[in-house]
Design a protein around this ligand. Structure first.
Ligand code: ADP
Ligand code: MG
Length: 357
């Protein structure tokens, strides 16, 4: 059975010197978001409904408890759970996924919840590990190794057709302090690395994975569950008018991966027979996290105000296209070609997009 991807939306508060207006209004009880029509002279509003809608007063705790905390149990039962933050640059993706010391986001809360659950169980039977990668211009980098040494990592396929990132490091964590040390260091190296490489973190996807390995001695089995937490690249229109080839490659990689993500989610949620995982590295890496027995949550982050109205409308339209529609079993696409080579995904042919654009 295909697992549907749940979609929720969060409107961030006005920050800095932004002037407040009512371009976007959230009604959390009703589960709706309304936005004024950007067409000049128009007075009507568009209305969208989602399972969870968070207004400007929503707290990190509220979002975690309602949408994310229920995933922890699944990870202990050997399932793969994935949370994506989607939205334009400055819409609150990093705030939601990572947060800060006074308002910790989803990552530290998930780590704490997993560790707490582990401590309630037989200590020796559960182990937790973390990996952290960045996908930039369709290349994959390890964020847990020093930036200057970080090579591009190849995507490979094992004998069972399972996709993995070769040579990605995985660190075992026993306490929150231990995690925090590794993670803070990685976050710092991500931003300095970005500057050195002349790129902004808003133009890459960051994927943190927590792996929960549970040994069931009496049943002779090991359950391996995962929680993937993804801070996506900014979804603003990345079309560039200039002719800087490096920026053009960057933009087309961002556009493509986000479009394919939308197509994959849509295909899963409508029960399509072909899921276009292969069409981007992001979806290829997350193939086992999207569909199959896995569970997904897409959080659409929205920036308030008239200034972002067109972007907000684009995000809400993306979310609506990807929202669950009906429940049907699905056949996941399998590659029938013989053994994969390194960099296989990069060489995969482009395919016609599925679903409405
Ligand atoms: P993105 O990662 O989507 O580019 P950020 O998470 O960096 O956006 O958010 C942009 C700015 O808005 C940051 O200064 C951030 O601290 C602030 N912000 C975002 N969401 C919230 C929120 N829910 N409450 C308070 N400040 C927020
Ligand atoms: Mg960000």
């Amino acid at each position: 059975m295909a697992a549907k991807v749940k979609v929720s939306a969060r409107l961030r508060p006005f920050v800095n010197n932004e002037t407040s207006d009512d371009a976007v209004i959230v009604n959390p009880e009703e589960g709706t978001i309304s936005i004024s029509n950007p067409r000049p002279g128009a007075t009507d509003r568009f209305k969208f409904s989602f399972t969870s809608c968070y207004d400007q007063s929503a707290t990190q705790e509220e979002i975690f408890m309602r949408d994310v905390q229920p995933l922890i149990e699944h990870a202990f039962n050997g399932l793969v759970c994935t949370v994506f933050a989607y939205g334009v640059t400055s819409s609150g993706k990093t705030h939601t996924i990572q947060g800060n010391v006074s308002e910790p986001g989803i990552i530290p809360r998930v780590v704490k919840a997993i560790l707490e659950r582990k401590h309630l169980m037989d200590q020796g039977s559960v182990s937790i590990a973390v990996s952290y990668m960045e996908i930039y211009k369709d290349d994959v980098y390890d964020l847990l190794v020093a930036r200057e040494n970080a090579p591009k990592l190849p995507i490979r396929e094992d004998m069972n057709g399972k996709i993995f990132v070769a040579n990605l490091s995985e660190k075992s964590i026993g306490s929150f302090q231990e995690f925090d040390r590794i993670y803070s260091h990685a976050c710092k190296s991500r931003s300095t690395g970005s500057t050195n490489l002349n790129r902004a973190s808003s133009r890459s996807h960051a994927l943190l994975t927590l792996t929960v390995t549970k040994l069931d001695v009496s049943a002779n089995k090991v359950l391996i569950g995962k929680v993937n937490l993804v801070d996506l690249a900014g979804s603003e229109n990345n079309k560039l008018t200039g002719n800087d080839p490096s920026r053009m490659a960057e933009s087309s990689a961002i556009n493509k991966s986000l479009t394919v993500l939308g197509q994959v989610v849509h295909a899963l949620n409508t029960g399509a027979s072909r899921i276009p995982y292969r069409d981007s590295k992001l979806t290829r890496i997350l193939q086992d996290a999207l569909g199959g027995s896995s569970i997904g949550l897409l959080i659409c982050n929205l920036a308030p105000g008239v200034k972002f109205r067109q972007d907000t409308l684009n995000t809400l339209n993306f979310a609506t296209r990807t929202k669950q529609i009906e429940n049907r079993p699905v056949v996941n696409e399998r590659d029938t070609r013989p053994a994969a080579k390194p960099h296989f995904a990069a060489a995969a042919p482009a395919r016609a997009p599925l679903g409405p654009r």
